[in-house]
Design a protein around this ligand. Structure first.
Ligand SMILES: *Cc1c(COP(=O)(O)O)cnc(C)c1O
Ligand SMILES: [Zn+2]
Length: 371
């Protein structure tokens, strides 16, 4: 599918194969794709995200880099007296939903002849881009904060990426990566709009798995917002195609320890300092797409919830009690559900996502369970 990079601030557009990672005005790019989802163009021979290749801009044919991502089960999990269908994204090839975005982005990179890439992340996005880069024969430099759990570091190194652990904040890590990217391609999952174009397939799958309907609400952990914005775009495509009457309410969940989106949503004026959190995967102090995320939440009449460290620990235990092993960041969604469900209508269809596998942070989880 074709498309162009567009800037929401200054309205300039660029071709998809530009090497720019941000608009010259400083804003992140989006991609306007038009109709998006057409049921008759779904490729029923595959259950990967490439089932929806007609809706993903850019890569085609031999340039598609796939490891079997997508097609995750939607399993009902008992919470309170409700049974909530939860998308099992921890079962992805690298253990997180980021594989949807990485498969789309790295396929685009391969198609553009890129041989070398740089990424910064708190762990899972880097692991994912490193895995797909390995599969595509692209060399990868990864910048992560020093405190990233050892399991995630080991995974990134196993894929052959060059790992740089930065002694500093998440934002300093990003700056170090961008400096290094001066000589190669900045494959940032939150700056590059193709990543979100891959993630949006989660909405198409949920629609198909619910039997051709959208949920009334979807509860999602949120840091940089690639999952929230991906789900939003996917459901928007379905609404544009008149397959669903309205968008599901988006309930974005943050950690109280680092909650810039919660504060923006509540229109708090002062910025708050942030503290370390068990949910390191969503500890993003300055999300670059904050405005877009808040706009998506408001348009769907959703909300932003902030949960405490105790609520995260409790959610993690409760999830393990049901037989699921997810990482603490992923447990924030369950903590969000525990807050959201009591105030919702009984008949409301609420869906959520397990975003990352527990095995990546097994020791950290052991610490929480013992504590
Ligand atoms: C990346 C990630 C998130 C949050 O995604 P954003 O795009 O940063 O909002 C949630 N859970 C896990 C396990 C992640 O890796
Ligand atoms: Zn611009």
């Amino acid at each position: 599918m074709s498309g162009r990079f567009t800037c929401r601030s200054c309205r300039r557009t660029f071709p998809l194969n530009t090497l720019l990672w941000q608009c010259p005005c400083g804003s992140p790019f989006s991609i306007e794709t038009g109709s998006g989802f057409e049921p008759r163009r779904v490729d029923r021979r595959t259950s990967t995200i490439w089932r929806y290749r007609a809706a993903i801009p850019g890569p085609a044919g031999k340039n598609i880099v796939t490891l079997g991502e997508g097609g995750t089960p939607l399993v009902e999990v008992e919470l309170g007296k409700r049974r909530v269908p939860i998308k099992q994204e921890q079962l992805m090839p690298t253990g997180s939903f980021k594989d949807r975005g990485a498969s789309a982005l790295v396929s685009h990179m391969k198609g553009s002849g890129i041989r070398q890439a740089v990424i910064d992340s708190s762990g899972n996005a880097a692991a994912s881009v490193a895995a797909y880069s390995a599969a595509a024969g692209i060399a990868c430099d990864v910048f992560i904060p020093y405190r990233t759990p050892a399991g995630k570091c080991a995974q990134i190194r196993a894929y052959g990426a060059n790992l740089h652990q930065v002694r500093g904040t998440r934002e300093e890590t990003a700056r170090a990566a961008r400096k290094a990217a001066g000589h190669s391609f900045y494959a940032s999952h939150y700056w590059h709009p193709l990543f979100i174009q891959g993630v949006k397939t989660i909405a198409y799958e949920i629609f198909e798995q619910l039997g051709g309907r959208a949920p009334d609400a979807i509860v999602l952990p949120c840091g940089n917002g690639t999952l929230v914005l991906g789900a939003y775009l996917g459901f928007q495509d379905l609404a544009t195609a008149r397959l669903i009457p309205r968008l599901p309410r988006i309930i974005a969940v943050q950690s109280v320890a680092c909650a810039p989106l919660y504060r923006a949503y509540q229109r708090f004026s002062r910025r708050a300092p942030w503290r370390p959190t068990r949910a390191e995967g969503i500890a993003i102090a300055e999300p670059i797409r904050a405005e877009e995320i808040i706009a998506a939440v408001r348009e769907t009449r959703g909300s932003v919830i902030a949960v405490t460290e105790r609520e995260i620990a409790r959610a993690l235990r409760l999830t393990a009690d049901r037989g699921f092993f997810i990482e603490p960041t992923a447990a924030t969604a369950v903590a969000g559900l525990i807050r959201y469900l009591p105030g919702s209508r009984k008949k409301e269809v609420v869906v959520s996502v397990f975003t990352g596998h527990g095995l990546k942070t097994a020791l950290k989880i052991a610490g929480i369970m013992d504590g």
